[in-house]
Design a protein around this ligand. Structure first.
Ligand code: NDP
Length: 373
C-alpha cells in the first residue's frame, strides 16, 4: 500500500493521533543550494495572484531577481491592475481576474503563478493553477488544514507541476548557517528549541480576523514560523504536541481565531520545543536552540531582516539580501534546474506544518497530548 493511502487511512481512523506523511526531509546529505551548479539561466516568468501587501513586496523583490520576473497579474481589483501594469510593464494579455484565470493555460508566456491571497482561498486557487498546467508557488500557510494541503499536493502531482511554498527563511543566509553548524555537530546533541512568534494585530475588520478567510488566528499567520523553525532548527519531526490557549479579547478574537497559544513539541531524539504564537504581543520574533556543546539564538529570527543573532562561536553576520529576491532566484533553480534546496519548500514540506497545526488545535480543544506519526 502506498504511503499516501496509509496517510489517508490513518488520518480518518485516528481520534487523537495525527499522522505526518512522508519521510523526514532532513535525511538528505548536506549540500547548500548555492554550492550546487546552476544548470541554466532560464528565467521563471511569474504571475502574482493577489495584489496586496505581501504581493507588493514580492513584486518589488523580483525586480532584483536574476532568475524570476513578474510578467502577469491576477486580481479582483481593476484599479490595482492598472497601476501594476504601468509600474511593471505588464501586457494586457497577461492580466486576469479570479473568474477567468483558468485561461492562463493558453498563455505560453507565464510559467508559474504565485498565490498571495487570504489563506482560505489558497487551496482552490492553487488547484486551478495546477489544472491550467502552471507551476504553483503558494504563500504560507499553504491551506487551512492538512486535508486541504494534501489535496493541493495531489492535484499538483497529477498535473505534473511543482508546488512550492513561500518559506523565505529556508533560503536566508544566517538561518542556513545555523542549520549547517547544527548538522556539523557544533552545538553537540540538540536538547531544546524555543520559538516566539507574534505581533499586535490592528484593524479588527481585516481578513486575518475573519475565520472564513484566514482559517485561524495567530497560529496560521505567525505561529507557523515557530513550528516550521522548530523543524529546521532541530532537524527532526515532532512526535507529539501539547497546547494551551489564552484569549483576553473574545470580541476581536472570535470563535475560530486564536489569539495566543503556547505549545510544546516532542521529537524522537528527546528534543523538546516550547513555543508561543500570539496576535497580542509585539517584538516576539526569537529562536533559541540549545545543545550539549553550544547554542544559537536569533532575534529577529523570521522577520524581513536583517536576521541577527549569535552562537557560542560568535555573531551571525551573513550579509542581508531581501529574502524574497533570494527565494525567487532559488525557486527558479528548483523548478528549472532540479536543484534540491537545503531545507525543502515543496508542498509536502508545507503539508507537514499543516498536520502539526491541526494537532495543536486538537490539543487546545481536548487538553490532551496529541501524538503525531
Ligand atoms: P493582503 O490583505 O495585504 O492582500 C491579500 C490580497 O488578496 C488582496 O489585496 C486581494 O488582492 C486578494 N484577495 C482576493 N480575495 C480576497 C478577499 N476575499 N479578501 C481580501 N483579499 C482578497 O494580505 P497579505 O498580502 O498580507 O497576505 C496574503 C498571503 O500572504 C497570506 O496567506 C499571508 O499569510 C501571506 N504572507 C506571507 C508573508 C511571508 O513573509 N511569507 C508575509 C505576509 C503575508 P486583489 O485586490 O488584487 O484581488
Amino acid at each position: 500500500m502506498n504511503s499516501r493511502r496509509i496517510f489517508l487511512q490513518k488520518a480518518s481512523a485516528s481520534a487523537v493521533a495525527i499522522s505526518i506523511p512522508y519521510l523526514p526531509s532532513f535525511s538528505k546529505p548536506f549540500s547548500r543550494i548555492e554550492e550546487q551548479p546552476t544548470q541554466s539561466d532560464k528565467v521563471l516568468r511569474v504571475a502574482i495572484m493577489g495584489l496586496g501587501s505581501y504581493g507588493s513586496r514580492v513584486a518589488q523583490a523580483m525586480e532584483d531577481s536574476k532568475r524570476a520576473k513578474l510578467v502577469g497579474l491576477i486580481s479582483g481589483t481593476p484599479s490595482k491592475v492598472e497601476v501594476w501594469k504601468e509600474k511593471y510593464s505588464i501586457p494586457d494579455k497577461n492580466c486576469y481576474n479570479y473568474e477567468n484565470f483558468d485561461a492562463i493555460k493558453d498563455n505560453p508566456d507565464i510559467d508559474a503563478v504565485y498565490v498571495i491571497t487570504p489563506n482560505a482561498l489558497h487551496k482552490e486557487q492553487s488547484i486551478r493553477v495546477a489544472q491550467a498546467g502552471k507551476h504553483v508557488i503558494c504563500e504560507k500557510p499553504m491551506a487551512i488544514n492538512a486535508a486541504e494541503a494534501k489535496e493541493m499536493v495531489d492535484a499538483c502531482d497529477r498535473a505534473g507541476v511543482k508546488l512550492l511554498i513561500g518559506y523565505r527563511m529556508h533560503f536566508e543566509a544566517n538561518t542556513l548557517k545555523v542549520v549547517k553548524m547544527r548538522k556539523a555537530g557544533e552545538f553537540g546533541t540538540i536538547k531544546f528549541f524555543q520559538g516566539l512568534s507574534g505581533f499586535m494585530i490592528g484593524d479588527p475588520t481585516q481578513w486575518r480576523l475573519n475565520p472564513a478567510l484566514s482559517g485561524g488566528g495567530a497560529m496560521m499567520d505567525i505561529g507557523i514560523y515557530s513550528i516550521n523553525g522548530a523543524r529546521y532548527m532541530t532537524g527532526e519531526e515532532p512526535i507529539w504536541v501539547t497546547a494551551q490557549e489564552v484569549k483576553t479579547d473574545p470580541v476581536k478574537f472570535k470563535e475560530g481565531i486564536d489569539e495566543t497559544i503556547t505549545f510544546q513539541m516532542g521529537f524522537p531524539s528527546g528534543v523538546i520545543a516550547s513555543c508561543l504564537s500570539t496576535y497580542s504581543m509585539n517584538n516576539l520574533d526569537k529562536f533559541f536552540l540549545n545543545g550539549t556543546k553550544g547554542f544559537a539564538e536569533m532575534q529577529p529570527s523570521t522577520g524581513y531582516g536583517p536576521i541577527k543573532g549569535r552562537t557560542n562561536h560568535g555573531p551571525l553576520d551573513e550579509p542581508h539580501i531581501m529574502h524574497q529576491t533570494v527565494q525567487m532566484d532559488q525557486m527558479a533553480r528548483i523548478i528549472f534546474d532540479g536543484v534540491e534546496p537545503e531545507i525543502p519548500v515543496d508542498g509536502r514540506e508545507g503539508l507537514k506544518d499543516m498536520v502539526i497545526i491541526d494537532a495543536i488545535f486538537k490539543a487546545v480543544k481536548t487538553g490532551e497530548k496529541v501524538s503525531l506519526g
